[in-house]
Design a protein around this ligand. Structure first.
Ligand code: GTP
Ligand code: MG
Length: 548
């Protein structure tokens, strides 16, 4: 909670429920059972959860934040490697306990009361918060009655649950939320702008996340593979002078599939892939080091391109370059990135150092720029003009039995920008010609950080051609002869405006150009430039784009 929170805000705050306990008792299973999705990684190996995982949940109309935590206490017989994480996990659990209103203390009925349970009980005693003991793994009625054994820890009520059979969870939740009767339905909040941070292990993803949040929210270490779950963290981002709700998703580093040697890492990779799907923007971290862009970076880039999400390439650890070399190195790296990652040519490159806290402003500016680009809507007439010019400049190669014809195109989505282009037959469009058309759209409208999607569709009979559109545009000014003609055509409409929502029938429109290319060119030449939304010849249409 921020310092600025008023008492009123605190009252409105969603209750926070944290799940704690020693390692490997089923905390993450309970978390997933309550949230109703596989968010936390569940595995029989102890110490899988490291960072605290937060997800919204609701029960009978009551909304709350649920936190899953790593296991408290040293793992008996743990390998030296596991001990390394203890301090970090403990810090994460302490932060969760501090921020929670209610705690669910999970024990394992099949192990009975073990010394670590007593240690956790001691930690939770006297914190002044409601703590409910959930005896997990009560998979049959006999184990239900055995759960009473935990009353020796001093808890009045024991809640037997079985995450495996989803048993006892309802009773537990009723008690967890009984004091929050006023927890009303959350006002429908705008969806946060989701930014996923992805890259190879150890490139500094978690460091960047902590730096952007201004707190040590996620664990950082020099050991590759520190982050395992995908961690969603709500924050606010400044955009056009306002603070907008956003979420950063820290993800596990992606290694080569062939190098993945355990199932937890495989689950981590699946969580990262899923985070890519949820995000609107991806911060793709690469390392500014002598290795430059690696083959694994190329694979990650391919997944980002495939996801169709906006992307900014963040070249982190820029501090590793000597100061005197930085300008040269920056140029070299940009060249290398463009050469090795050609499909991500739309992604701007920002050089940062999460360790030395260098260049955060440039990164935030780029994020804001991509957000702005996601709001750009291009008028249909302008899109058609750009494509017609492209077609005139460079006619398509013949693929298949007939030449490609472009009919009509309009923008049907933004963030990323999506265009629907009617053609005579999509199969007649060569791949490189489609790339050419996309490049023309990019040159005209920029769309920094966003891939352009052009969906080709065979023309339904009623869709007019781009050329017809251009020829008739002139005739469709608000006043003048053509309008009167249109008025006559659309007498049934209440307003005397031409109905642009209906496709025009080729051949039946006033002023429609004849079919032969020569005639089209003649009529295009007659068409005076200077429609309201169009540029004068020679000027860039980018300035004309309309932002909402
Ligand atoms: N020199 C330098 N080191 C950095 C920078 N950012 C992070 N590091 C270090 O790189 C190591 C890995 O950092 P993390 O933030 O844990 O990297 P990660 O990408 O989250 O790693 P995984 O979660 O294991 O994939 C730590 O030792 C950091 O201190 C940086 O800008 N410069
Ligand atoms: Mg990490």
């Amino acid at each position: 909670m921020t310092e600025n929170d008023t008492t009123e805000n605190q009252e409105k705050r969603m209750p926070v429920v944290a799940i704690v306990g020693r390692p490997n008792v089923g905390k993450s299973s309970l978390f997933n059972a309550i949230v109703g999705r596989r968010v936390s990684i569940v595995h029989e190996q102890p110490g899988v959860t490291r960072d605290r995982v937060v997800a919204p949940a609701s029960w009978h109309g009551k909304h709350f934040q649920l936190i899953d935590t790593g296991g408290l206490g040293n793992i008996t017989g743990a390998k030296k490697m596991d001990d390394i994480w203890d301090a970090g996990i403990r810090e994460q659990v302490e932060a969760a306990i501090e921020g929670a209103d209610v705690l669910i203390f999970v024990c394992n009925v099949q192990d009975g009361v073990v010394p670590l349970d007593r240690e956790v009980t001691d930690r939770l005693r006297g914190i002044g918060k409601k703590v409910l003991l959930a005896a997990n793994k009560c998979d049959n009625p006999t184990l239900d009655s055995e759960s009473m054994i935990f009353s020796e820890l001093g808890f009045d009520k024991i809640y037997p649950v079985s995450c495996l059979h989803r048993k006892g969870v309802s009773r537990l939740l009723d008690s967890v939320l009984e004091d929050f009767e006023n927890a009303e339905e959350e006002e429908t909040k705008p969806e946060p702008f989701r930014i996923a941070v992805v890259g190879r292990p150890n490139v500094g993803k978690s460091s960047l996340v902590n730096w952007m949040l201004g707190e040590e929210r996620v664990m950082v270490s020099e050991i590759a593979g520190t982050t395992r779950d995908s961690i969603d963290i709500d924050f606010e981002i400044k955009y056009r002078g306002e603070m907008l709700p956003a979420a950063l998703i820290d993800t596990a580093g992606l290694r080569k599939r062939s190098k993945i040697d355990n199932v937890v890492e495989l689950f981590s990779m699946m969580r990262t892939e899923e985070a890519l799907k949820r995000a609107q923007l991806v911060l793709f971290l690469v390392e500014t080091s002598k290795d430059g862009v690696t083959s694994q970076d190329r694979k990650i880039a391919a997944s980002i391109v495939e996801s169709g999400k906006g992307c900014i390439i963040v070249s982190n650890k820029f501090d590793l370059c000597k100061e005197e070399d930085q300008d040269v190195k920056q140029k070299q790296l940009i060249e290398e990135i463009r050469y090795t990652l050609p499909h991500l040519n739309y992604a701007p490159v920002v050089f940062t150092s999460a360790l030395r806290k260098y260049n955060m402003d440039a990164l935030l500016d780029q994020i804001a720029e991509v957000m702005a680009q996601m709001e750009v809507k291009v008028p249909t007439s302008l899109v058609n003009k750009i494509l017609l010019d492209a077609f005139d400049r460079n006619s398509p190669p013949v693929v298949g039995v007939a030449p490609l014809k472009l009919y009509y195109c309009s923008m049907i989505g933004n963030g990323p920008p999506k265009f629907l282009l009617f053609v005579n037959q999509p199969a007649y469009c060569a791949d490189n010609y489609l790339i050419f058309l996309k490049n023309c759209l990019r040159q005209a409208f920029d769309f920094t950080g966003l891939p352009i999607v052009v969906e080709l569709r065979a023309r339904p009979k009623k869709v007019a051609s781009i050329r017809t559109e251009r020829t008739t545009d002139k005739l469709r000014k608000p006043t003048g002869k053509a309008d009167k003609k249109d008025e006559r055509k659309t007498v049934s409409k209440p307003e005397n405006k031409p109905d642009r929502t209906k496709p025009r029938k080729p051949g039946k429109q006033p002023g429609r150009a004849p079919r032969s290319t020569d005639k089209l060119r003649k009529s295009a030449a007659k068409t005076k430039p200077g429609r309201k939304n169009e540029k004068k010849p020679g000027s860039s249409p980018v300035k004309n784009r309309k932002k909402f």
